[in-house]
Design a protein around this ligand. Structure first.
Ligand code: B16
Ligand code: MG
Length: 215
């Protein structure tokens, strides 16, 4: 078996909880269209691209706008979301993440981001985490959404490591499936029984140490 040389991190739900800001912005859009959007509905959008998220939201509200109108809606939602995340700071980094990144770097493990978000640079900058990442692959660089493995394969290639030398940290089932399709190890962040097919599952990265990437 190959020794692990790199860790690839999903952003929302692993490094920071931006889902709550996505929720506020989607709820605001739903409300402007005259229907309610609940927290349970929001669970369906985690790890899903912006346009696919909009499709799900519109199906919940049974609204069927033109393609042009959909693009305007997605832009409006994003402008509200960006307004919320512009206020993010280091205090919102999820517990244990920064210490874990420091430990990985100290041990010569390469680090990449593998996120669907097109706002990842702004988020990492506001969290003061950008310098920990050797490669940043996000929604601006890939054309195929998770569960397609593109985002993680590009991450491995930018880090110049083999997929079999990588571990992915993911909170969404589509991301776990993407990592497996890329032939990578995957650590699920969430609840056992909800996330399927991960090699290991933890509720979060508090108290995470380098030994968790031994397989
Ligand atoms: P944006 P991840 C995902 O981030 C979010 O989980 C998902 O809810 C969001 O729709 C998607 O990013 C796109 O985000 O609108 O900022 O481009 O979990 O892949 O880091
Ligand atoms: Mg996620």
């Amino acid at each position: 078996m190959n020794k692990i040389k790199a860790c690839l991190f999903d952003l929302d739900g692993v490094v920071v909880d931006t889902a709550k800001y996505h929720y506020l912005a989607w709820k605001r859009l739903a409300s402007s269209l005259g229907f309610d959007f609940t927290k349970e509905d929001n669970e369906r959008l985690k790890g899903v691209s912006r346009m696919r998220s909009l499709e799900i939201l519109l199906s919940i509200g049974k609204v069927n706008p033109s393609e042009g109108k959909k693009i305007m809606m997605a832009q409006e939602k994003n402008s509200w979301y960006v307004e919320y995340i512009s206020k993010l700071d280091e205090s919102e980094i999820l517990p244990g993440v920064k210490d874990f990144l420091i430990e990985l770097r100290r041990n010569g493990i390469k680090i990449a981001l593998g996120s669907a978000s097109k706002n990842s640079m702004m988020i990492l900058n506001n969290l003061n985490l950008t310098s920990y990442f050797d490669a940043i692959v996000d929604g601006n660089k890939v054309s195929k959404a998770k569960p397609d493995p593109e985002v993680f394969l590009l991450g491995a290639s930018e880090l110049k490591v083999q997929p079999s030398e990588c571990v992915v940290f993911e909170d969404a089932q589509a991301g776990i499936d993407a990592a497996k399709a890329a032939n990578m190890k995957v650590i699920g962040i969430g609840q056992k029984g909800v996330l399927l097919n991960a090699d290991k599952i933890f509720e979060g990265l508090s108290d995470a140490h380098i030994d968790i990437i031994e397989f």
